[in-house]
Design a binder for this molecule. Structure first.
Ligand code: F6R
Length: 357
C-alpha cells in the first residue's frame, strides 16, 4: 500500500534507511559477527574469480559490488550484462563463481546464463529480493536483500540493498581469507542509513533542482569518475526510464572524446564527486562543460565540496558513497518525471520483471 504517498517510487526511496538497518540486523548474529551460510563463504573463498551477471539497475549495483570485492577482499571480479554474456561468453577462469544480482529473481537474460553455467558445472549464488524466485531456486545459494516488495517499475531500494549485501559479502570474504582490513561494513551501513535520512529530508531542494535543470530539457548528462561513474550510470537510467529525458552517464574524462560536442547553452549536467583522488579531475570536467554553456549541478561530500555545490552529502566511507549519492539522483528523477506529467510508477514500455530474452 502507498499510504500517504502518491507514488510507490517515493515511498520506496524513503524506505531505504529502514532497509539498510534491516540488512544490518539480518546479516549479524548475537555476538555481532557476520551471519552467512558457511557454504557461501567456502564458495567465495574457493573461487579464483567472481563473475557478476545482471541487467539494468542490478548491473549497476554489480559495478559497485566489484569495487567492494576487489578493494576490500582482493578478489578479482568481472561484471557482465546478462544478455551480452549469454551470447558471447568470455574466457572463464579455472574456478569461477557466478553471482546473479536480480531484484525480481525472474530476469530471463540472467536465467539463460544461469542455465548455461550450471550445465558447465559452475557454482552460482543469487542475490535477490525474492527468495523462491526462479534464479533463487536454480542457483546453489541465495542471499536475500530484505528490501520488502518493490512495486514501482524504477528500482530504488533494491539497488541500495544489493550494494549493502555486497559490502557485507566483501568484508566477510576479507575475514575468511585473513586479510587485514579496517573496513567494517556493518558500521558503515549504520552511518549510511543516517546519511540517507538526511538526503530524504531534502526533498524540497531536490524538487527545485529537478524544476530548474530538467523541466524543459530534451537531454541531460551525468558525469562521475571511479565509483561515481557507476552511480551516475544509475542516475541516468532512473531519469530516462521515468521522465523520458534522454540521459547518459559518462566517465568525466571521456566527455572530451566525443560527447562534449552535444553540450549547448543550457544543457543540464549533473556531476557527482565523492572520491577525493579524482575530485580535481571531475571539477576540471565540470569547468569544461560550463565553459560551453552547460548548466551544472554538483553533488559532493563534506570532504570534496566547493562553494556553489548544490548538494553536499555527509562524509561516509569512500567505497560506500553510491548508497548515499544515488538518493538525490533518484529524487531528482522522481521530481523531473512528476513535473513533466509522466506516470512515475508505471513508465511506458516497461515491465517490472523482464521475463523475455
Ligand atoms: C531499472 C530497472 C531495471 C531492472 C532490470 C533487472 O529501474 O528496474 O533496469 O533493474 O530489469 O531487473 P532484476 O533486478 O529484477 O533482474
Amino acid at each position: 500500500e502507498k499510504g500517504t504517498y502518491n507514488h510507490f517510487m517515493l515511498k520506496e526511496i524513503d524506505e531505504q534507511p529502514f532497509v539498510i538497518r534491516n540488512i544490518i540486523q539480518k546479516y549479524q548474529n548475537e555476538n555481532g559477527k557476520i551471519k552467512l551460510d558457511q557454504d557461501i563463504r567456502t564458495a567465495i573463498n574457493d573461487a579464483d574469480r567472481v563473475y557478476v551477471i545482471a541487467a539494468g539497475t542490478s548491473y549497476h549495483a554489480g559495478l559497485v559490488g566489484k569495487e567492494l570485492m576487489e578493494k576490500v577482499a582482493k578478489k578479482p571480479v568481472e561484471v557482465h550484462i546478462a544478455s551480452e554474456f549469454l551470447y558471447n561468453e568470455p574466457i572463464l577462469s579455472e574456478k569461477p563463481l557466478f553471482i546473479f544480482i536480480s531484484q525480481s529473481g525472474e530476469t530471463a537474460d540472467c536465467r539463460g546464463v544461469l542455465v548455461n553455467v550450471k550445465k558447465q558445472g559452475h557454482k552460482a549464488l543469487t542475490i535477490t529480493n525474492v527468495p523462491g524466485s526462479t534464479l533463487s531456486r536454480e542457483a546453489d545459494f541465495t542471499l536475500h536483500t530484505y528490501a520488502g516488495p518493490e512495486i514501482a517499475v524504477a528500482s530504488t531500494k533494491a539497488y541500495t540493498a544489493q550494494m549493502a549485501v555486497f559490502s557485507i559479502l566483501a568484508m566477510d570474504s576479507a575475514y575468511a581469507q585473513g586479510i587485514d582490513t579496517d573496513f567494517d561494513a556493518m558500521q558503515e551501513l549504520g552511518l549510511i542509513a543516517n546519511a540517507m535520512e538526511i538526503l530524504c529530508d531534502q526533498k524540497d531542494k531536490l524538487e527545485q533542482i529537478a524544476r530548474d535543470y530538467m523541466f524543459e530539457t530534451r537531454n541531460c548528462f551525468f558525469i562521475g569518475r571511479a565509483l561515481d561513474y557507476h552511480v551516475v550510470q544509475e542516475g541516468a537510467l532512473k531519469l530516462k526510464e521515468i521522465s523520458y529525458i534522454q540521459a547518459e552517464g559518462f566517465a568525466g574524462g571521456e566527455l572530451k572524446h566525443g560527447t562534449i560536442a552535444l553540450i549547448e547553452d543550457g544543457t543540464p549536467i549533473v556531476a557527482v564527486t565523492t572520491q577525493k583522488h579524482v575530485n580535481l579531475n571531475i571539477r576540471g570536467n565540470v569547468q569544461e562543460v560550463v565553459a560551453r554553456g552547460a548548466n551544472a549541478c554538483v553533488i559532493s561530500t563534506e570532504s570534496t565540496k566547493e562553494e556553489g555545490d548544490q548538494i553536499v552529502l555527509p562524509d561516509i566511507h569512500e567505497l560506500m558513497t553510491p548508497l548515499v549519492s544515488v538518493v538525490p539522483l533518484q529524487l531528482i528523477a522522481y521530481y523531473a518525471a512528476l513535473h513533466r506529467g509522466c506516470d512515475v510508477d508505471k513508465p511506458r514500455n516497461l515491465a517490472k520483471s523482464v521475463t523475455v530474452e
